[in-house]
Ligand binder design. Structure first.
Ligand SMILES: *Cc1c(COP(=O)(O)O)cnc(C)c1O
Length: 219
């Protein structure tokens, strides 16, 4: 169930930071998404290709869809016709595939590079060094159908707020150092912060938070 009060509160909290809110709707029904739209939300995040392609046809065409899950290359084709941003790009091969399918759909897909900042093994993403290497190699100039807009990261899932803060701080540092590399025609994006840590993320320079359970209940 969509929590209207929570939504309004979070939108208010975001205002001073000029940050965007991605409503994360994985595992949640289309009716929840419609309720959020009723309240003015148009940016949504999904994690699974199959679930996303089932929801898209029955929802308004002007939704901005952000892919925030682990994206397999063989599934890029299914989302390329409509996806606004892929926030979880973690390999060169995935970039190649996104560019190819964006081109065959005559469109540009925005991407964020996912950076591995957490101390946990399980989280995906490039290391800081790898991101720097891609940028130094001028990789993004080779892709006519990809717009490189910024970075995304997830902090360690821990109650240690000092650690979470230091991970966000680190990602912000990388983001700032790369600012010349992002597509000049778009607003640069630093996507960090979820239900448990978005306040810290905003404090540390996030301009896009991805919120699921605070808005739609636990999964
Ligand atoms: C599920 C998910 C979210 C939202 O998580 P909540 O804790 O429910 O706010 C944000 N980002 C990513 C990458 C996710 O997979």
């Amino acid at each position: 169930m969509f929590n209207t009060e929570k939504y309004k509160k979070i939108c208010e909290e975001l205002l001073p930071y000029k940050a965007n809110l991605i409503a994360v709707t994985k595992t949640k029904p289309v009716t929840d998404i419609e309720a959020a739209i009723q309240n003015g939300q148009m940016l949504f995040g999904e994690n699974y290709v199959q679930e996303l392609v089932e929801k898209v046809p029955v929802l308004p065409k002007n939704i901005q869809w952000h892919f925030i899950g682990n994206l397999q290359r063989n599934k890029v084709k299914q989302i390329a016709p409509f996806i606004h941003t892929v926030q979880t790009v973690d390999s060169r091969k995935l970039l190649n595939e996104l560019n190819k399918h964006a081109a065959s759909n005559n469109r540009v897909i925005k991407v964020l590079l996912q950076v591995h900042i957490a101390k946990e093994e399980a989280k995906f993403g490039f290391s800081e060094v790898e991101v720097q290497m891609l940028v130094d190699e001028g990789v993004f100039e080779q892709y006519n159908n990809i717009s490189f807009n910024g970075l995304m990261g997830m902090a360690t899932n821990t109650d240690d707020t000092m650690q979470v803060r230091s991970e966000f701080k680190q990602l912000y540092g990388l983001y700032k150092s790369l600012s010349d590399a992002f597509d000049r025609n778009e607003s640069p994006v630093l996507s960090m912060g979820m239900t448990s840590d978005y306040k810290i993320a905003l404090d540390e320079g996030s301009n896009m938070i991805r919120i699921g359970s605070a808005l739609f209940g636990s999964r």
